[in-house]
Design a protein around this ligand. Structure first.
Ligand code: SF4
Ligand code: SF4
Length: 149
């Protein structure tokens, strides 16, 4: 009986030892992520560089983890930040509280917030995982900046 158990265990060992390892040597090797992977958030702009976010709070309202903090402000009509009446003066996401459910993305009426296929997020301090606009927002498009000047 003991020998049978031993032989069964050995069979498993022998059948797996010739298979290629499943370990991925991150970061030299990259795993192909599923198409609908939800990772780090990003805030987007329109082609003309105006921010898509209009500070409507719908994403914060939909968030089950209450990890989105927004302060909205009125746009200056002569120098608007966003395409709406208001914009997000402060937009922060606590990525440590986020459960990456994607509800914020679904709730957003302007496509301003998305979850990107990026999972490399870490910090030594909790505060470093609160991502603000400096981290989340797309950089301005150079051609639009050149056209404005
Ligand atoms: S993915 Fe879900 S938990 Fe994370 S910020 Fe969006 S709504 Fe909140
Ligand atoms: S990201 Fe979208 S839903 Fe959230 S405040 Fe901005 S426009 Fe509204």
């Amino acid at each position: 009986m003991a020998f049978l158990e031993f032989a069964r265990g050995l069979k498993v060992t022998l059948s797996t030892m010739l298979k290629p390892p499943t370990t991925i040597q991150q970061p030299e090797e990259r795993r192909v992520l599923p198409e609908r992977f939800r990772g780090k958030h990003a805030l987007h702009r329109y082609e003309n560089n105006l921010e898509r976010c209009i500070g409507c709070f719908l994403c914060a309202g939909a968030c089950p983890a209450e990890c989105i903090y927004i302060e909205a402000a009125e746009n200056d009509p002569n120098n608007p930040v966003s395409a709406g009446e208001r914009y997000a003066r402060i937009y922060e996401i606590d990525e440590l509280r986020c459960i990456f459910c994607g509800f914020c993305e679904e709730a957003c009426p302007t496509g301003a917030i998305t979850l990107e296929p990026v999972f490399e997020m870490s910090d030594y301090e909790r505060g470093g995982m609160i991502f603000d606009k400096a981290i989340l927002l797309d950089p301005p498009r150079p051609q639009a900046v050149a056209a404005e000047t």
